[in-house]
Structure formats: structure tokens, C-alpha cells
Design a protein around this ligand. Structure first.
Ligand SMILES: *Cc1c(COP(=O)(O)O)cnc(C)c1O
Length: 496
């Protein structure tokens, strides 16, 4: 199976090359040239094997240049009970009639990004060997909180790699800051930037594409790579848990083999819901994919009208990982739907120049067939957390609450009672302030008092990784200006 670029169908590279390169030189994203299929028997049979075994089987259809031994190594190294608090890696909770919450946050950083970032380092280092690149990889990450920590945990002490994370000095929560600045590992560094998330991201992009810096790195035997969500190595691992969850629901007699389910996903960059779309196209019995947004509802409008328009106000919400106006992975969906790289170049050219594009009627029809969409604001998010807690004694994080609310609205509006899987993307402990304020009306200032209080309220076990932070020494205290990032990278790479 080879990979094309969404902006150049003529390109044909292996999955290892796609993972090493991250993004295509034409600015497009890598997609497999066809979508492999899975039989219902095969899906159902996954219930009898472990999560890493399910993962290896599904990867083998996409990463055909990897050997079985390599896939076994990658999946077993990533998905085990040393990294995940749940032996089954993910957990499914029955919320209310026919509605299941798929908890994707039992990994080391308590957010669903662990599902992909725990395995990406293994996929990447294996890929480097396969394409015979004998360089150490330097991963640069700009983060608004969740991705940075998940990438640090994934890459810490992984042979042949080194990782540097930049975060906005005042732009992350106290807990997120503590998670990052206390990170263990010989190959990690973390640095605060005087600026906002965009400054960090622009700084990283500028370093990535600077020929002088690249040359300096090459002389040291190093190269850059990326861990952000446009890398195919981050998308592929997300397909697995939808198929895995379906097999478990069948085994537990919650659904019949072949019965269709809806999947609702709290969406930002469109990676997680796109993975569910891939699962559907592979043969998973799925009715609707329900795309849930917060007040930054650019995707709701797009799915309803076929017009993508980023020219709108940006809102800072209590579900910050979904505060996004450009959903990069949508490009992959539109390429799959059109198969036309010229159209993608046209539309995404317009997005860059005018901030807006309109898809054709055929794509609109396909969107309506596979997707539904909705949004809710912070007040509705808080109300949902409070109501679900009172009614079902289940504590939602803010992102998952957006998905629950949008799903309830969808069900009320359409009368569609198809059984539904709601992707739960973060532990409530990660967004304790908003969750406590929603349930009890207030939250303690101190992060660890907040953890104790949430434990009291929810009864959920405190994630060991968060509890351990309390007594952990801060290792990284550097704060630099926006224009000092390049110098920082160059001096840090002297020590690799
Ligand atoms: C990243 C993230 C999302 C959004 O996922 P996408 O794949 O970018 O759509 C939702 N919730 C949480 C908690 C996240 O960290």
C-alpha cells in the first residue's frame, strides 16, 4: 500500500516515508491510495485478542512495508499496563439507553492524544530504519497544553530521538505546566515562550523550514520531524479504537454483530473523527458520524452548508483543545471524497488567500450522508456536566460534555435512536476547574486541592501520573522571547 499527497495524486511513497516526512513538500497530507477493507467476522473476532494484537492486525493493512515482527514490537511497546491505567487500554461506560462512552484517556497524560503519541515514537524510529536514514531525529512541538505533554511522555528516552517542547508562558493551565516542566527523560527539553500559542507554532514552523538551521542540524547528524496530528503515524492509531470498541460491544451483547452504531466525536483538528470515517469506510457498521464543536463552530457550519469560512471571531472556551478555526485533517476527508488533487489545491489555496472555500454538490451530498454536526457554548457545556453528574453519577470532562450535548440535541431533533458511541477525550481531572465549577459552583485555587476535591465529588481514582506530580521537582524553568527559539534549538542540539 502506497501513499499519495492530497495535493499530488501522482506521488507514491511507502508508509515509512510518509511517517518520516510528516507532511508532503507540496503542502498536502499523506493518504493511503486505497482504503483496505475488514470483514464483519474479522471485526467480531478482535474481541478475543488483546488491544496490541488488534492494533497490529489493523496496522498491517495500512503499513504494508512493516513486518509482523516490527508491528508486534511497536504495538506491545506502546499499549501495555506500564503506560496505561486500564489493562484493556480503553474503557467503555454505558451512560444511558444505547449510549456508550468510549474512554480514551487512561494513558499516561490523561488525554486521548496518548492513544497515538504512545506509539508514534516506535512507528517513527522503525520507519527511519526502513528508509535507511541514519540520523537522530529532533522532534519540535508547539503546544497549548495536551499535545506537548503527550509527546514528551511518548518520546522520553526513546533511542535515536530527542524532543523539544515550546509552550506559551501564560497560555497553559497550572497542571499542564507542572506536567511538562517536571518531565523525566535524558532526551527531553521544555521551554516557555513569552507569547501566545500562535507565536510558538509560528516559531516552530519557521525553524522547521529554515535551510540554515536544517544544514546546521545535518552537520551534527540530526534531522527534524514532527509529532503533530497531520502525521499519518498519528492518524492510523486512532482508527483502531473504534473497531476495537465495536468488537467489545458485540462480545458483551450490547449490540448485535452487523448492527449499525453512530459515533459522536468532540472535534478540533478533525483527526479523531476522520479516523472514525476511515473505520466506517473499512467496513465498520456505522450510521452517522456526529461532529461536535464548541463555540468555535466552523465545522458545524461547514457540514451543514458546504462552505468553510474561518473569517469569524475566535473564542477561548472551557474546552480549549477544540478552540481551533482551521481543521487540518478535513483536507484528507475532502480528498477521499473527491479523489481530485486539483480541486483540493483550489479549495485550500482559497482557504489560505481568502479564508473561505465552498465545496461542490457531490461533496455536500456525501457529507450529508455520512455526517451530522452540532455545537454548544460554555454555559451548555457546564449545564451538561452538572446534569449528567446528577442523573447518572458520571463525571464528564469539558470536551466530552460538548459531545454529549451535541448528541442529545441530534437525537431529539432527528428521532434517531441508533446506538451510539461517544468518544471521551480527556479525564475530568485534566480540566478540574471547569468541571468542579459546573458541579459544585466553585473550585479551589490550588491544583492539588482541586484534584482532592474532584476525587471526593466524582469518586474516580486519581490518575497516578497526576498524583505523583505534587512532589516532583521542576526541571525546566527557561523562559525565552519569541525571537530566541531558533537559538535555543541550535544550542540544545549541541548537547545531543
Ligand atoms: C486534541 C483534543 C480534541 C480534538 O481532537 P481532534 O482530533 O483535533 O479533532 C478533543 N478533546 C481533547 C481533550 C483533545 O486533547
Amino acid at each position: 500500500m502506497n501513499y499519495q499527497s492530497t495535493r499530488n495524486s501522482g506521488l507514491s511513497i511507502s508508509s515509512a516515508e510518509a511517517i518520516v516526512n510528516g507532511i508532503s513538500v507540496d503542502g498536502g497530507l499523506f493518504v493511503p491510495e486505497e482504503i483496505p477493507s475488514l470483514s464483519l467476522d474479522e471485526i467480531v473476532s478482535y474481541a478475543d485478542i488483546s488491544y496490541p494484537e488488534r492494533a497490529a492486525k489493523i496496522f498491517s493493512k495500512f503499513l504494508t512495508d512493516f513486518t509482523d515482527a516490527e508491528l508486534k514490537y511497536c504495538t506491545e511497546s506502546a499499549y501495555n499496563d506500564k503506560s496505561f491505567a486500564s489493562a484493556s487500554i480503553t474503557e467503555i461506560s454505558h451512560l444511558f439507553d444505547g449510549t456508550y462512552v468510549l474512554e480514551l484517556w487512561h494513558g499516561p497524560t490523561c488525554a486521548f492524544k496518548d492513544m497515538a503519541l504512545q506509539i508514534l515514537p516506535y512507528l517513527l524510529t522503525t520507519s527511519l530504519k526502513k528508509v535507511k536514514i541514519d540520523k537522530k531525529v529532533v522532534i519540535l512541538v508547539a503546544t497549548s497544553g495536551d499535545t506537548g505533554k503527550a509527546a514528551l511522555e511518548g518520546f522520553a528516552d526513546v533511542e535515536g530521538t530527542s524532543i523539544m517542547v515550546f509552550y506559551p508562558e501564560d497560555g497553559v493551565s497550572a497542571m499542564q505546566k507542572k506536567q511538562m516542566t517536571t518531565q523525566d527523560g535524558k532526551n527531553v527539553s521544555v521551554c516557555a515562550v513569552k507569547g501566545n500559542f500562535d507565536d510558538c507554532q509560528n516559531g516552530v514552523k519557521a525553524i522547521f523550514t529554515n535551510d540554515e538551521v536544517k544544514k546546521a542540524l545535518a552537520e551534527k547528524g540530526l534531522m527534524f520531524s514532527s509529532a503533530n496530528s497531520i502525521n499519518w503515524g498519528r492518524l492510523a492509531p486512532q482508527i483502531i479504537y473504534y473497531i476495537s470498541a465495536y468488537s467489545e460491544l458485540v462480545k458483551n451483547n450490547e449490540i448485535k454483530a452487523g448492527e449499525k452504531v453512530n459515533i459522536t466525536v468532540p472535534t478540533g483538528n478533525f483527526g479523531n473523527i476522520l479516523a472514525a470515517y476511515y473505520a466506517k469506510r473499512m467496513g465498520l457498521p456505522v450510521n452517522k458520524l456526529i461532529c461536535a464543536s464548541n463555540s468555535n463552530n466552523v465545522l458545524t457550519d461547514f457540514i451543514e452548508t458546504g462552505i468553510y469560512n474561518r473569517n469569524r471571531d475566535f473564542y477561548t472556551t472551557i474546552s480549549p483543545s477544540m478552540d481551533i478555526l482551521i481543521s487540518s485533517n478535513l483536507e484528507r476527508l475532502l480528498y477521499i471524497m473527491t479523489g481530485d488533487d486539483a480541486l483540493i489545491r483550489e479549495w485550500f489555496g482559497k482557504l489560505a488567500s481568502e479564508g473561505r472555500y465552498k465545496v461542490n454538490d457531490d461533496v455536500k451530498r456525501q457529507l450529508a450522508e455520512d455526517f451530522a454536526a452540532g455545537c454548544c457554548d460554555d454555559t451548555q457545556t457546564e449545564e451538561t456536566i452538572k446534569r449528567i453528574y446528577a442523573k447518572y453519577s458520571y463525571t464528564l470532562d469539558t470536551h466530552t460534555a460538548v459531545a454529549v450535548k451535541v448528541y442529545e440535541d441530534y437525537r431529539a431533533k432527528t428521532g434517531d435512536t441508533t446506538k451510539t458511541i461517544i468518544a471521551s477525550t480527556a479525564s475530568p481531572y485534566k480540566f478540574g476547574t471547569a468541571v468542579l465549577e459546573a458541579i459544585t459552583g466553585s473550585a479551589p485555587e490550588d491544583e492539588f486541592e482541586k484534584v482532592d476535591k474532584l476525587h471526593e465529588v466524582s469518586g474516580y481514582e486519581v490518575p497516578a501520573s497526576l498524583a505523583a506530580l505534587k512532589n516532583k521537582a521542576v526541571r525546566f524553568t527557561r523562559v525565552i522571547g519569541r525571537d530566541e527559539m531558533r537559538e535555543f534549538v541550535l544550542s540544545e542540539t549541541d548537547n545531543i
